[in-house]
Design a protein around this ligand. Sequence first.
Ligand code: PEP
Ligand code: MN
Length: 265
Amino acid sequence: FRHGEASEVVVSTPNGHVSFGEHHPIVVVAGPCSVENEAMIVETAKRVKTAGAKFLRGGAYKPRTSPYAFQGYGESALDLLAAAREATGLGIITELMDAADLPAVARVADVIQIGARNMHNFSLLKKVGAQDKPVLLKRGMSATIDEWLMAAEYILASGNPNVILCERGIRTFDGKYARNTLDLSVLPVLRSLTHLPIMIDPSHGTGRSEYVPSMAMAAIAAGTDALMIEVHPNPAKALSDGPQSLTPDKFDRLVQDMSVIGKVI
Ligand code: PEP
Ligand code: MN
């Protein structure tokens, strides 16, 4: 069980420091699944910033189920994230899949994301543990809470204390109506087990944009420290995860609704 106070993860962004943790307002991270081109990422960044997001998310390296699916634009997408950071001052969160890309990702990212599929990649965890950027560690889709916490421990034990845990839904036996089962019970459970900040990702958690607002609200009611929400200017045309992406207008409305029940910065 947890010993001691909640820890805070303080991230420096061009717009100033943003603190994640139990005693801080809710931090909202938003943006497309994949970085597609400069206009869309900069436009999305501006819209989510105006709505209240503090971080822009967007994948340059995408862990797709099929090797024939869009894999992300790689380093050129990192340059576009840098342009969006420059244009808005938002912090950047993007996924690292291969340790060989760590220097390039760390140059642009304010927080490095380890995706669900790499939660068990212990050598990658050790490498992000041995560098300075904070790490967002997603729960593996079939990982137990203890396995997830031990994955976090790999990062902490390698010297990096700045880890944020992100629940993104676990494998479901009923994929007909939702892509995953969003396990919101991790909020009280993790609170009792760990001092680390907790983020909920209702976009991957449900796979359907129409279910995202209610799950985001429920996560706030259950005490989440942060939310990750996929937003795309034209979800129907998205290169990945369009069905679960909110339009900027819907995202804007959601942040307003969330602010009624929780303190969102
Ligand atoms: C993502 O954030 O776009 C992503 C691929 O997430 P996950 O690792 O949770 O599937
Ligand atoms: Mn996605």
